[in-house]
Design a protein around this ligand. Sequence first.
Ligand code: NAP
Length: 309
Amino acid sequence: MEKSQIEKLIIIGSGPAGLTAAIYAARGSLNPVVISGREAGGQLMLTTDVDDFPGFPEGVQGPDLMDKMRKQAERFNTKFINEDVLSVDLKSRPFTIKSESRTLKSDSLIIATGASAMWLGLESEKRFIGKGVSSCAICDGFFFKDKNVVVVGGGDTAMREAQYLSKLCKSVTLVHRRDTLRAQSALVELVKSKPNVKFIWNTIIEEILGQDKVSGVKLKNTQNGQISTLEVDGAFIAIGHKPNTDFLKGQLPLDKKGYVVVKNETHTEVDGVFVAGDVSDYHYRQAVTAAGAGCKAAFDAEEYLENLK
Ligand code: NAP
């Protein structure tokens, strides 16, 4: 194979981690190729007001922030491929990356594929996805204007979803399986201040009810087993995320939840393969920490490529 067909650096993923890595790598003359994924932009594409990303005193909309990051990467000649990666071969060098329509070779790799929303795993939930069941209030909230909805979960995502929906919907009921929320207190206070939001504690959803679309949920109290029905038009599942690492199985060590195991900072167990953002970080999970990790990964890839010479 001719050297010209081998990329110096391929970045998989186009959230804050992948795009920041691209900006730094492109400015470092690595001519990075970003395989952005079909759902380019990552989780911030599903977010409205981002008030904690530095540099935006008035806040910024998630999709606007991602658009700006992408344009910044493009300004320094980053090449984008708008496809999903299907598989990688990290056992021989250069590494092989197969996307939907092509096979690429690269001397180094940054994995920044992030994490996706998790579902409850109910048969009825699957049946009603797109017919009243959603994992994204920003994407689907509009369809529930002046209607009654339920949000499941007790973390920041659930609070954000409830806050967003409270602006659109007639009522929002937040159902949580315990009586303590793990969300940050500022968000909890904000949600609790909304007059059309109520909480149901120690409760799980047993079934999503309806014919062609959602008409309610069957609830079970985890303390006394009591079953009840709540009439709603929509159910928003906000119970956390799963790392997007299925394509790495057998190629890179993953932990039991599927997150990439990190050896040191952005280094993985495979020399030349680096990682950044939520795909390995289940603790901080912020746009700004993902961006910081993307910067570090680009530096580490650059250093690795220097040593290869
Ligand atoms: P999370 O913190 O892991 O919370 C998931 C919630 O869902 C928990 O309350 C959990 O209950 C509940 N849950 C999990 N599986 C469930 C099931 N099968 N049935 C019912 N409930 C279930 O996830 P997250 O809210 O997505 O947040 C993830 C990270 O992103 C956090 O670090 C968070 O700070 C960050 N984040 C930040 C913002 C922001 O605006 N700053 C917004 C979104 C996310 P238990 O509490 O009982 O475990």
